[in-house]
Design a protein around this ligand. Structure first.
Ligand code: BGC
Length: 496
């Protein structure tokens, strides 16, 4: 049965018989990614501070009974097994995040947790010993509750607090860690966080969302400049942020302008101030949103202006573009009276825009996921043409599933098809230097809890040992990392 399936998949999904196998260049790094709150657990060991997700799930009355990350994959205790899995996968690098409240229990550097320091030092040393490069994300959605109580990303002082935190991380770890992501997906932090889809679980689409938009960029910029001035001369590493970038294509030629606005809305508000030559907000969306605020009677522009000094502070603060790509949508104007669905992330109503997959594309297992691998290649071209970025690292890309089976053929196919397009983009001349697949293992998927999975390894969340088991996609990926090729006989009959 298995063999038959393999044969069918082989014929359907790849040119298995091809003898010409384009391979990834030797300098291209394969990896996998996770994030602290999603995998670590150990939410209250030692002197760890309370995080905003801890507070949300422990205390918020509306979310009583919601699953949480108290134990998650228990990587705090099982990090040695995690490294073993990375070895099994044969990856070159591992992207993980530091839990700010674990390292700085008060949120401030007045007290650095010895326990937190030991945990990350052990992990980093364990990786380095096995020749796996650590890639650290400073902020992957979890904030000390002490700082959230003071307004979190809506308080302009967060910019300095984040810089203080970044200094601690660089001081402790930059001798062994050469790639840092400052902030993961400010889009999700601000757009979902201020529409009750994430922490801080506020409903404030008109003001809080835009304070957050600006402050995440300023915080990132300060952390980048700090590294650039004080740590780069010593360690010669790289720092950037990671943007979630849904790729849009116009549904019809008449939707071209709307699609451009959508790109500015989703990517430009988080990318343009950093990556464009001129810096500052992207103009079309700025005008669109500010006009809207005026019509609604607000005395202030919705997109909070940058001062000329701030424009300069943020502009050019990158060493690569950190791209989190999952999916592509067609964008079209909503018909009069048409109901706009929940996805995409609360931006479509504002723009009067519907996002949907083309009927010819394969839909995923959840409503927000369509498969259109060509989208990532076009997007990489767009980044190259629009910003002229010299290096791109794909810091997330992965496939959501609802069933937990080990035979995750759809994930395997997704991974293969997307990597194939990334390789084509590299061969087109786009300098993509790395890829960290989301995710190493099933983990705590924020507001969706444990109901969906992204893991190359499955995790048994009912088992106190949190046993991890490789899926077919893990076996496949381990062949890819070793052969540096995606489209070859190893997916064939003699594969397992
Ligand atoms: C986030 C991850 C998340 C993944 C899948 C990304 O937006 O960085 O934390 O698990 O998407 O939803």
């Amino acid at each position: 049965m298995n063999s038959l399936r393999l044969l069918v998949s082989c014929v359907l999904i790849s040119r298995c018989w091809s003898t010409e196998e384009p391979t990834f260049p030797p300098w291209f790094k394969f990896g996998v990614a996770t994030a602290a709150y999603q995998v670590e657990g150990a939410w209250n060991v030692s002197d760890k501070g309370e995080g905003d997700w801890d507070r949300l799930f422990h205390v918020h009355p509306e979310l009583k009974g919601h699953p949480n990350g108290d134990v998650a994959c228990d990587s705090y205790h099982l990090w040695r097994r995690d490294i073993e899995m990375l070895e099994e996968l044969g990856v070159d690098m591992y992207r993980f995040s530091i839990s700010w409240p674990r390292l700085l229990p008060t949120g401030f550097p007045n007290h650095i947790s010895q326990d937190g320091k030991n945990y990350y030092n052990n992990l980093i040393d364990g990786l380095v010993e096995k020749g796996i490069e650590p890639l650290i994300t400073l902020y992957h959605f979890d904030m000390p509750q002490s700082l959230q109580d003071l307004g979190g990303w809506a308080n302009p002082l967060i910019v300095n607090w984040f810089e203080d935190y970044a200094r601690v991380v660089y001081t402790l770890f930059a001798d062994r860690v050469k790639i840092f992501v400052t902030v993961n997906e400010p889009f999700i932090i601000c757009e979902l966080g201020y529409s009750k889809g994430h922490v801080p679980y506020h409903q404030d689409q008109d003001v809080g969302r835009f304070l957050c938009n600006k402050n995440t960029l300023l915080a990132h910029a300060k952390a980048w400049r700090l590294y650039d001035e004080e740590f780069r001369p010593l360690y010669h590493g790289k720092v950037s942020l990671s943007n979630l970038f849904i790729w849009f294509e116009p549904a019809t030629p008449a939707d071209k302008e709307l699609t451009e606005l959508a790109l500015e809305h989703w990517e430009g508000r988080y990318g343009h101030p950093i990556y464009s030559k001129e810096g500052g907000w992207p103009l079309k969306i700025q005008k669109f949103l500010n006009d809207k605020a005026m019509k609604e009677g607000y005395p202030y522009p919705r997109m909070i202006p940058f001062t000329p000094e701030e424009i300069e502070l943020v502009r050019g603060t990158y060493d690569f573009y950190g791209l989190n790509h999952y999916t592509t949508f067609l964008a079209r104007r909503a018909r009069p009276g048409e109901k706009i669905g929940r996805w995409p992330l609360y931006g479509s109503e504002e723009l009067g825009m519907v996002m949907e997959g083309d009927p010819s594309w394969t839909t995923g297992e959840v409503d927000w996921f369509t498969m259109h691998p060509e989208g990532v290649r076009r997007q990489l071209h767009w980044l190259n043409d629009t910003y002229g970025v010299k290096e791109i690292i794909i810091t997330e890309n992965g496939y959501i599933k609802v069933d937990k089976q080990l035979n995750d053929w759809s994930r395997l196919k997704y991974t293969k098809d997307y990597l194939e397009q990334i390789l084509l983009a590299i061969n087109d001349g786009i300098n993509v230097t790395g890829y960290t697949h989301w995710s190493l293992m099933d983990n705590f998927e924020w507001m969706v809890g444990y109901n969906v999975n992204f893991g190359l390894y499955s995790v048994d969340f009912k088992d106190p040992n949190r046993t991890r088991t490789p899926r077919e996609s893990a076996r496949y990926y381990s062949k890819v990392t070793r052969s540096r090729s995606v489209n070859h006989r190893h997916i064939g009959l003699n594969y397992v």
